[in-house]
Design a protein around this ligand. Structure first.
Ligand code: UD1
Length: 418
């Protein structure tokens, strides 16, 4: 089991290129099952989760080739398998995203209940509600889920919560359904827009992605395309917080600044100087002394992302004053709190709120990454803790950050994998 040793570092300085978004790459890889011609994906981050999704696609009968760095060619003309085995599904929750494409391509799909980060119960009822509305029969037993449909027919589907995964899975199931599907209270995340743009390049007819109402007119078949994955707004946000927490001066490049507005706004409130370039593809963050305490409430996009909650909590741990962070998207997404407390943070939990009394400094301690973003928060805390912080269970971090040690090293941090 590898660990990270994170040393206290001077203010980080320099420029870091942000990779393609994990949360865009995964649904787009799943959606590649829908096309019958060659698909070329560019700027795909080399991550554990991406490798698992590629394994799933190969298992289902797609040809997956890693070409140059970040470029993958997929051909799904001859997919023949409709079952995803437990071993693959248990490695990553997002494997569930192949259900929508398989249902519409093969008329059937079967898998076990998904695994992934242990952040709350994470049900899949909304995915299934969508499949049922399109005419699928759902069969759940012995930890397996099957969905079957001779023909899918478009319908109007209201999501009780704007779930990202459910919106994506239903969009993918509906692209070749007969007639029109409307998803109301759909998720509006940039990754949904990226998926929609990709599907439209393959020949789909989707309008309204990025708004709360998405209209999908079913088409007969989908072909091939070349598509570049959008930049990872959460990786960008993590490096921006790294600049703030070390009082450094870091530019993130290959970003879309409109996707990271809440992060920019909260860092400004915390006292950072933020400079965006005219194109909106570079953002410079200059830490300005000890951060001011700011309150945060996580919300679906365009609200503050839950995937940045843990990293902001690390920042608030050393702030001047008291901040309140409210997590509304996932229950039980405060597992990093105990670890941050081991490093000297003063945090109390009250239901879905964390009350953080900023302290002047943190100290190193042996800690564990309990999930992906919790792990990122511990790396950030380690950068400003006296001594060397030892972080275990870093396989969680590898699921979502490409070359994290190298990227941090370029900015002047010392993170060793042992
Ligand atoms: C995606 C992201 C994840 C991010 C999350 C919220 C990927 C691969 N992962 O996860 O990084 O933290 O969006 O921005 O893109 N829910 C239901 N029923 C369902 C589905 C979801 O009640 O059928 C609830 C969940 O329990 C949770 C909330 O909806 O409380 C949000 O989940 P969802 O948006 O679906 O997250 P994911 O797609 O799993």
């Amino acid at each position: 089991m590898s660990k990270f040793l994170v040393e206290k570092c001077p203010p980080l300085r320099g420029t870091v290129r942000i990779s393609g978004a994990k949360n865009s790459a995964l649904p787009i890889l799943a959606a590649s099952l829908l096309g019958t011609e060659d698909i070329i994906l560019e700027d795909v981050p080399r991550l554990k989760d991406v490798e698992v999704m590629c394994e799933v696609l190969s298992y289902l009968g797609a040809k997956v080739e890693f070409l140059d760095k970040g470029i993958i060619r997929i051909n799904s003309k001859d997919i023949n398998n409709y079952e995803t085995p437990y071993e693959l599904m248990s490695k990553m929750r997002a494997s569930f995203l192949v259900m929508g494409p398989l249902l519409t391509r093969l008329g059937k799909t079967k898998t076990s209940l998904p695994g992934g980060c242990a952040i709350g119960t994470r049900p899949i009822d909304l995915h299934l509600k969508g499949f049922r509305a399109l005419g699928a029969e759902i069969d759940v037993n012995h930890g397996n889920i099957g969905a079957y449909a001779e023909k899918l027919v478009g319908d109007r589907i209201y999501l009780d919560f704007p779930s990202v995964g459910a919106t994506e899975n239903i969009m993918m199931a509906a692209v070749m359904a007969e007639g029109e599907t409307i998803i109301d209270n759909a998720a509006m995340e940039p990754e949904i827009v990226d998926l929609s743009n990709f599907l439209n390049k393959l020949g789909a007819d989707i309008k309204g992605a990025g708004t709360s109402s998405i209209r999908i007119k079913g088409v007969k078949e989908l072909g091939g395309a070349t598509h570049s994955i959008i930049p990872d707004r959460i990786e960008a946000g993590t490096f921006m917080v790294a600049a703030a927490i070390t009082k450094g001066d870091v530019t993130v490049e290959n970003v879309i600044s409109s996707h990271i507005k809440p992060i920019i706004a909260k860092l400004r409130e915390a006292g950072c100087v933020i400079i965006e370039n005219e194109n909106g593809d570079k953002v410079r963050v200059i830490g300005n002394g000890r951060p001011k305490a700011v309150d945060i409430k996580t919300l679906p996009y365009p609200g503050f992302p839950t995937d940045m909650q843990a990293q902001f909590m690390a920042l608030m741990s050393i702030s001047k004053g008291t901040s309140v962070i409210i997590e509304t998207v996932f229950e039980n997404r405060f597992m990093h709190v105990d670890e941050l407390k081991r490093m000297g943070a003063d945090i109390k939990i009250d239901g879905r709120s964390a009350i953080i009394q900023g302290v002047e400094s943190l100290m190193s301690a042996p800690v564990k990454a309990t999930d992906l973003r919790a792990g990122a928060a511990l790396v950030l805390a380690g950068l400003v803790s006296d001594g060397v912080t030892e972080i275990g269970d870093i396989h969680h971090i590898d699921r979502g950050y490409e070359n994290i040690e190298e990227k941090f090293a370029k900015l002047g941090a010392k993170i060793k994998r042992v």
